[in-house]
Design a protein around this ligand. Sequence first.
Ligand SMILES: CC(=O)[C@@H](O)[C@H](O)COP(=O)(O)O
Ligand SMILES: NCC(=O)COP(=O)(O)O
Length: 237
Amino acid sequence: MTKLSVNINKIATLRNSRGGDVPNVVDFAKDVQRFGAEGVTIHPRPDERHIRYQDARDLKPVVYTEFNIEGNPVKSFMDLVLEVKPTQVTLVPDAEDAITSNAGWDTIKHKDFLIEVISEFQKNGIRTSIFVDPVLKQIEGAKATGTDRIELYTEGFAHQYGLGNKEGIKPYTESAVLANELGLGINAGHDLSLDNIQFFKENIPNLLEVSIGHALIAESLYLGVENVIQMYLQRLK
Ligand SMILES: CC(=O)[C@@H](O)[C@H](O)COP(=O)(O)O
Ligand SMILES: NCC(=O)COP(=O)(O)O
């Protein structure tokens, strides 16, 4: 059984574009859980261009499924996560000016740093996951950090799958087999979608959780727009 955690960053992006509170991210989080989502993911960035630090605090009392906060463990992020105490923190080595996450950790180079921050979160009862590329030595390196889980960075798979190349799954399957042998839990995310999720799941043994945002929100727009247009037309008769 693989849990679906909905990343609601894009809802905050839409809200921020008008400066008000529509759509409301807390209501959206309540609704995705009502509709069956098994987790809510946010990825606050230091510039707060979508999810704001205050959103994390406001979401804490309403997220009764798994609450996953992702981000680069700079001091302000660490303080926030230690205050909010989500179910899981996912550490992502994203540069401040990156449009979106674009690489996993070098778990060998940053081993000491990761050991330190991971143990701090674990001491506070927060499960840890670290964002990694599907590279065997990076999975071994992840094990050495003491993390509970890894999150496989799936952009490469999604890109290849979109081009019709199913071989792109291979490094992910091999990484998952190794992670299972090492006793690491396996999450995955980035550019997963209705098109590629089933194939991905079928090829990853013991996939515990996926976090999906960009495609899921875009798909919701496409799949909902007909209904909403009919509702407007009804009111304009
Ligand atoms: C780690 C990861 O792949 C996602 O959290 C992704 O980075 C979403 O962040 P943005 O919504 O800022 O693209
Ligand atoms: N961890 C991945 C995530 O939360 C969502 O990534 P995306 O679906 O917005 O690419």
